[in-house]
Design a protein around this ligand. Structure first.
Ligand code: FE2
Length: 368
């Protein structure tokens, strides 16, 4: 049983080559995580944080992958006075951890739009998943801190703190009175929410397209600067291509995980950034050559092949759309599963009753 001081199980976001472990707590407490012989602290420049609600501790991916378990260590604060601060004796709780294995299975949710409990129920279809992929619009908007905390309810409840989460932001996750504090609940580095992940033979580029209309839209009234954000992301994208890590022969599965399938140009005013998105599509076609793009946003789950209805900017890879919301605009909740195997990718669309609605096998091209 998870000790009562923890609001939910920890969330272990895989980000670049580290786990960003988020731990929501009910009371002010000093928190650190022990992996093997080493302690990792939630601290600001050496001062251990105790009054921040959701703790964040970064652990190198390799250290936790090798250890296969970690221990939450905490001391509940009594009075953190300037001299001789008082806190309760140290307590500990150990959790097992399973790294993403070869031929990984993922449960994918996008466009949950706040129906957190429905998504938790649906995730039961894949109890042996290697990781949970959350791919945008998990919330409808962020008007209160509680809306942000719901993300950690979903991740903590599904994973029990025992497997990783891969998180890509959606446009709705950037809206509302408290959208500016989302960084306290998701993986990022100084506001950079795009990154790569590598786990064994699996490699993915995780991108964040931000909002879906021009920054000048009256709907935002000057509250966003996503064009600049995407320009910085473009620099990162170029660095990823220049590094060419995805060419490592040990990598057998390559994916792009992004909420908005950006090779699709929607109707105005959603037809933004065609030049930038066009250059990203070119880099995917000519350089990265992903096996699949894992997306959401359109609320139209299924498999979309090159030349299909999502291909306006030169799509040369299949797209799995894996989510639609529960009861909004006539839609019904949908999620997806992805299983990467030597023969190819098994993709399935599932509903909230854990039924498989459609299944596809994307066969791997025979290597010459
Ligand atoms: Fe969306």
């Amino acid at each position: 049983m998870l000790p009562e001081i923890f609001t939910y199980y920890p969330t272990l976001y895989l980000f670049d080559r580290e786990y960003q472990i988020l731990v929501p707590m009910e009371k002010p407490a000093l928190l650190w995580i022990r992996v093997g012989e080493r302690n990792y602290y939630d601290h600001f420049a050496g001062t251990i944080r105790s009054d921040n609600g959701v703790h964040r501790i970064t652990v190198p991916q390799q250290a936790l992958d090798e250890a296969g378990c970690y221990t939450l260590c905490w001391r509940t604060i009594i009075d953190r006075k300037p001299y001789f601060p008082e806190s309760e004796p140290e307590q500990q709780y150990t959790l097992s951890f399973r790294k993403i294995g070869e031929d990984p299975k993922f449960f994918h949710a996008s466009d949950v739009h706040g129906a957190i409990d429905v998504a938790i129920e649906a995730a039961g279809i894949l109890p042996d998943m290697d990781a949970l992929i959350l791919n945008g619009d998990i919330t409808n908007f962020l008007d209160r801190e509680e809306h942000c905390l719901r993300i950690l309810k979903l991740t903590g409840t599904v994973t029990k703190g025992e497997i990783p989460v891969i998180f890509a932001r959606g446009n709705h996750d950037s809206r509302g009175r408290r959208a500016e504090i989302l960084g306290g609940y998701i993986p990022h580095r100084e506001g950079r929410t795009y990154f790569t992940v590598r786990a064994g033979s699996f490699w993915a580029l995780v991108l964040d397209c931000g909002e879906d209309k021009p920054d000048s839209s009256q709907e935002y009234d000057g509250t966003v600067c996503f064009h600049q954000f995407r320009e910085a992301e473009d620099e990162f994208f170029k660095e990823v291509v220049a590094a060419g890590e995805y060419n490592d022969p040990a990598i057998r599965h390559k994916a792009v995980i992004v909420h908005h399938p950006f090779c699709h140009v929607p109707r105005p005013p959603f037809d933004i950034e065609q030049e930038l998105y066009g250059s990203w599509c070119r880099a995917l076609r000519e350089e990265i050559q992903p096996d699949i793009m894992i997306s959401g946003h359109t609320h139209n789950p299924g498999l979309f092949l090159p030349g299909g209805e999502l291909d306006q900017l030169g799509q040369r890879w299949p797209i799995g759309i894996g989510g639609s919301p529960d009861g909004k605009h006539g839609a019904e909740f949908r999620a997806a599963t992805y299983h990467f195997t030597p023969e190819g990718i098994h993709f399935a669309v599932v509903d909230k009753e854990k039924n498989i609605l459609e299944e596809h096998l994307l066969q791997k091209e025979a290597e010459v």
